[in-house]
Design a protein around this ligand. Structure first.
Ligand code: KG4
Ligand code: ZN
Length: 342
């Protein structure tokens, strides 16, 4: 029998995404972003995001179907991000998915955004092994998860106790005068900098912190340390070496993320590390993970950068896995849950 043809809708933050997959094959990945509308506020404004989704959802849906060369009637199931995310933004995607599901008489699957960030890697590298560790780093989340089967959910091992990794990139970029979102400009600036130029703190790595927070992260102290360092320079009337600050900050984030992810793999005897979420697009994080994992025989899987940031294909990928696993669809009255647990 043919693999399921699944359409996925993503509207949890500022990207309106509609993706279409056949099993592990990506057929379409249409995206409309409201990021430029949020840039002048230095962060995503929920009301602006909701309105943008409302305007973009139907045209993005059409583009995805065109790109895949299929009609809604061909689709086997519709998957939609039901949470976590911005309540109003999620509601637009969930309502649209229900409308299409009802009109075309298709089953609907409400899926978890974080699990979808992990599932998207199957479009690039095929099915996940029986067990893997996932490092999920985005603007809203930073978590270490043990993944046995995405259809059965995942086990959280740890998470950030304050800022998410992407949030730290965004805040540090702002204080260096770079545009929002800050990850890409920091990544670029860091290429010309010296990552050892400044010793920024590594959150929750001291022995006493490891007792209680072995797999947790903290980035707010790092952000403050960068701010203090930059302020001291400015007060002294000295120029701020932006590339060095970017490189040293980025190194502090990537060092902790990769070290804890590898600890989790080794402690649990797991040989695959999947990296997902917007920060997984970071070139240094990918390189450092590769370099360190190679020493322990751990295979690193990270989807291409475009699939790391929010998109509809990731939702379709998880939906296809649920359909193939024989999981029952959601009810048509499924709620959007802004704080949906894993
Ligand atoms: O997964 P995502 O698109 O949305 C959320 O679910 O949050 O992640 C967005 C985050 C932003 O904070 C952005 O600055 C960060 O991912 N990001 C990066 C890079 N590209 C995007 N951070 C570091 N390096 C990058 N190259
Ligand atoms: Zn995300």
């Amino acid at each position: 029998t043919a693999e399921p043809l699944v359409l996925g809708i993503e509207t949890s933050c500022d990207e309106t995404g509609v993706g279409i997959v056949r099993g592990h094959t990506l057929l379409a990945d249409a995206l409309a972003s409201s990021v430029d509308e949020h840039a002048r506020f230095g962060g995503v404004v929920p009301e602006v995001a909701s309105r943008a989704h409302l305007e973009a959802i139907v045209p993005t849906m059409r583009r995805a179907l065109d790109e895949a060369g299929v009609t809604l009637a061909d689709i086997d199931a519709i998957a939609v991000t039901a949470g976590p995310g911005l309540a109003g933004a999620l509601l637009v995607g969930v309502a649209a998915a229900k409308g299409y599901a009802l009109a075309a008489e298709k089953p609907i699957y409400g899926v978890n955004h974080l699990a979808a960030h992990v599932a998207v890697d199957t479009l690039e590298h095929g099915p996940l092994p029986e067990r893997s560790i996932a490092l999920l780093v985005s603007g809203g989340h930073s978590s270490l998860l043990e993944v046995d089967d995405l259809a059965n959910g995942v086990t959280p091992l740890g998470a950030t106790i304050d800022d998410a990794a992407g949030e730290a990139f965004d805040k540090v970029a702002r204080l260096l005068g770079m545009p929002f979102p800050g990850g890409p400009p920091i990544d670029r600036a860091a290429r010309d900098g010296d990552r050892d130029a400044i010793a920024f703190p590594r959150g929750l790595t001291a022995p006493k912190d490891l007792e209680r927070h072995r797999y947790d992260f903290s980035f707010s102290g790092l952000k403050t340390a960068v701010a203090r360092w930059v302020e001291a320079r400015e007060r002294a009337g000295e120029p701020v070496p932006v590339a060095d600050v970017a490189a040293a900050f980025q190194e502090a984030v990537c060092d902790v993320l990769t070290a804890k992810a590898i600890d989790a793999c080794r402690e649990r005897g797991i040989e695959t590390l999947v990296i997902g979420g917007g920060v997984a697009a970071n070139s240094r994080l990918r390189a450092l993970a590769e370099e360190r994992c190679a020493k322990y025989g751990i295979v690193v899987r990270a989807p291409r950068p475009k699939l790391c940031t929010d998109n509809g294909a990731m939702v379709a990928a998880l939906g296809a896995h649920l359909v193939a696993s024989g999981v029952a669809p959601s009810r048509l009255d499924l709620p959007a849950d802004s704080a949906m647990p894993l």
